[in-house]
Ligand binder design. Structure first.
Ligand code: G1P
Length: 313
């Protein structure tokens, strides 16, 4: 079923302090994952789900994002003259993915505030939110599924992933009830970044949402929460417990491939995982990884286990 939703909000105003000094003069969204900036995967995923009207909520020092998704006629002419059609196609691809609008967040008051800034652009219709730190494999079509559930249930939809309980403090956590669909749950409550003891479950919100526009009114009155920031999770908590007024919240349980680029170790893992699957790089990288792991066997046997958890087969 194809959805009528076409708008997506991509918050991209974060300072990327976890990647300093790489992000001193470059937005973290531009860090390459193999050979594409992380943000391009996110825009490609949105476009693949039919979301071609995108608003990026950015901040200072984010001009590289606008340049990346713009035409670059000088470079294009040069590649054309050289007959380098492969690279020409790659350069043009990014500028043809979607109609991207940019607005600045202004005050860095949190994710909920960034989403609220997009209100004028989104208007009175359901829309998607994609967070750039989570890369979802486009082949697993998570957004398409979420858009279909939104159409079916006329609710707001979050993507949920089962995580190890020790990791739940990094995410919004959901209290849920089963539905007649094993992949869909009704969300009865949400807590932003709870401790393991306080978490209602080990179902974590990953950075994909399809929201009803009522979220804007709720965000307007949502006070700062965790970290003294206006949290999208807190607004969704209110919506989860007021289904008559807001349509309620459902969760789609994601069982596919997700690559986290939010911190340095996960970012390195994401690059390796995506590169081993590539036709052009995968075979050589796999061979090298096997050799590398074998040559790093430590006498105590602790070395290979750590590296060996990377899926190279
Ligand atoms: C944000 C949300 C959190 C969600 C997470 C997913 O947190 O506030 O609820 O689980 O994204 O990546 P952040 O990682 O931006 O701190």
């Amino acid at each position: 079923m194809s959805s009528t939703i076409t708008k997506a909000v991509i918050p991209a105003a974060g300072l990327g302090t976890r990647f300093l000094p790489a992000t001193k003069a470059m937005p973290k969204e531009m860090l390459p994952v193999v050979d594409k900036p992380a943000i391009q995967y996110v825009v490609e995923e949105a476009a693949a789900a039919g979301l071609t009207d995108i608003v990026m909520v950015t901040g200072r020092h984010k001009n590289a994002l606008e340049n990346h998704f713009d035409r670059m006629t000088e470079l294009e002419s040069l590649l054309e003259i050289k007959g380098d059609h492969d690279r020409l196609a790659k350069v043009r691809h990014a500028s043809r993915l979607a109609d991207i609008h940019y607005l600045r967040q202004g005050d860095p008051l949190g994710l909920g505030h960034a989403v609220l800034r997009a209100r004028m652009h989104v208007g009175d219709q359901p829309f998607a939110v994609l967070l750039g730190d989570d890369l979802i494999d486009v082949r697993d079509a998570l957004l398409t599924r979420m858009l279909a559930e939104q159409g079916k249930r006329n609710a707001s939809i979050v993507a949920l992933l089962e995580v190890d309980p020790s990791q739940i403090h990094l995410y919004g956590a959901a209290a849920v009830e089963a539905t007649d669909d094993p992949d869909v749950v009704r969300v009865t409550g949400l807590v932003e970044k709870p401790s393991t003891e306080d978490a209602p479950s080990n179902l974590a919100i990953i950075g994909r949402y399809v929201l009803r526009p009522e979220v804007f009114d709720v965000l307007e009155r949502t006070p700062p929460g965790k970290g003294n920031e206006i949290q999208l999770t807190d607004a969704l908590q209110e919506m989860a417990v007021t289904p008559n007024a807001t349509g309620g919240v459902y969760g789609v349980i994601f069982r596919g491939r997700r690559y986290d680029t939010g911190d340095r170790l996960d970012y390195i893992k994401a690059i390796v995982q995506l590169a081993v699957e590539r036709e052009d790089l995968g075979p050589d990288l796999r061979t090298w990884l096997h050799e590398f792991v074998a040559s790093h066997v430590e006498p105590a046997g602790v070395g290979p286990a750590a590296v060996g958890s990377v899926a190279v087969g």
